[in-house]
Design a protein around this ligand. Structure first.
Ligand code: SF4
Length: 363
């Protein structure tokens, strides 16, 4: 039997485990502060814990779930890491530095079962869900790559996998991200993206007032059935009705919609008008992202004038829209396109431990 990973335990579960051993449950928060707030992974360094407890923890738990295996840095500063799991799988995480914030995009599954036709991860198929510890370890490993003075401000669940198909681990990871003694991120700094796993949306939003992003990509079932095959199970009308009925949402809590613009597929004026109609009355913010082409996907971004015409039509319809520049285009770092790049040779293999100075200064 493999040694359990400490980061797979929720704080409640850790408290229970300690209580079971006759240790005061408040020690769980001390341990969380060391591991998640300070990034200390050596039990011996947790100096406010009794020596016997440190020894006992070291005997019972392993600490690291992931190791940085390779790095790729974009000209725009985006930094992608390939992270190896203990059982030989790989997932990817991407740091996106901007002027006023630093966003980390993390994965929730190895591969993805949903097979969206424009997505390199989908083309890989599904290997397995990530555990809670493997999800939060992406945050720890990537945070170690930040240069002095820069801190992580936002976490988006938009990497490999469909988060709502791994809901229990995603929920526990969010609880750790927002716990004041752990990562202490404000819920509004966290965004979970879904392709529309309808029955899991409300349970996710019950956890905390985080942001929801919906990978929409089409405003008709005919097109969405092809781009996002999950649409055949949960068609647009059902998805949008579910979003309209979410109790916690209001104008102060927008829903983000992602729309990858593809040449000749979903970029017509008719598509724009359908989109306006579909989202009318929702607190919608639409992010339009020109397709980041990659080998294997039969889609291309539209010419700039087509994208402009599309956006102008959305504006005319009163939809709040942002045109997003794909980040890390040169390293295939766009969310949902991570795995395709894994075989593209753009990674630089590294044997460095992330704490080493050599990987600093890359942002
Ligand atoms: S776009 Fe997201 S849900 Fe669709 S196949 Fe890719 S990773 Fe899975």
């Amino acid at each position: 039997m493999t040694t359990p990973l400490l980061k797979d335990l929720s704080l409640d579960a850790l408290r229970d485990a300690l209580r079971h051993e006759g240790v005061a449950p408040y020690r769980a928060e001390q341990i969380a502060a060391w591991v998640y707030a300070r990034g200390v992974e050596d039990f011996d360094a947790m100096t406010d814990l009794p020596a016997e407890l440190r020894r006992d923890l070291g005997d019972r738990f392993r600490m690291r779930a992931l190791e940085v295996d390779a790095l790729a840095q974009s000209e725009d500063g985006t930094l992608k890491a390939r992270l190896a799991t203990g059982d030989g799988e790989v997932v990817e995480a991407v740091l996106i530095p901007e002027e006023r914030r630093t966003t980390l995009c993390i994965s929730t599954q190895v591969g993805c079962p949903l097979a969206c036709s424009f997505c390199a991860t989908g083309a890989l198929g599904f290997r397995r869900n990530l555990s809670t510890g493997e999800i939060v370890d992406q945050v720890l490993r990537m945070r170690e790559l930040l240069p002095e003075g820069r801190s992580l401000t936002n976490v988006v669940y938009m990497g490999m996998g469909e988060p709502l198909l791994n809901l229990p681990s995603v929920i526990e990871s969010i609880r750790l991200l927002i716990h004041p003694k752990a990562f202490a991120l404000a819920p509004r700094r966290i965004t979970v993206s879904t392709s529309g796993v309808v029955p899991k949306i409300a349970p996710l939003l019950d956890v905390a007032p985080i942001n929801l992003a919906v990978s929409l990509h089409a405003a008709s079932d005919a097109v969405r059935d092809v781009l996002v095959p999950l649409n055949r199970r949960y068609p647009l009308a059902e998805l949008i009705r579910t979003l309209r009925e979410l109790p916690a949402l209001g104008p102060r809590r927008p829903i983000f919609f992602e729309y990858t613009l593809m040449d000749g597929v979903n970029d017509s004026l008719e598509d724009a008008r359908r989109l306006v109609k579909l989202l009318r009355g929702l607190p919608a913010k639409l992010n339009v992202i020109p397709m980041n082409p990659h080998p294997g996907a039969p889609y291309r971004p539209p010419p700039p004038e087509v994208a402009e015409r599309f956006l102008a039509e959305l504006a005319r319809g009163g939809l709040r829209t942002t045109l997003r520049r794909p980040r890390g285009r040169d390293i295939d770092a766009a969310c949902g396109q991570l795995a395709g790049a894994a075989s593209s040779g753009r990674f630089v293999k590294t044997s460095l431990r992330p704490s080493e100075e050599a990987v600093r200064g890359v942002l």
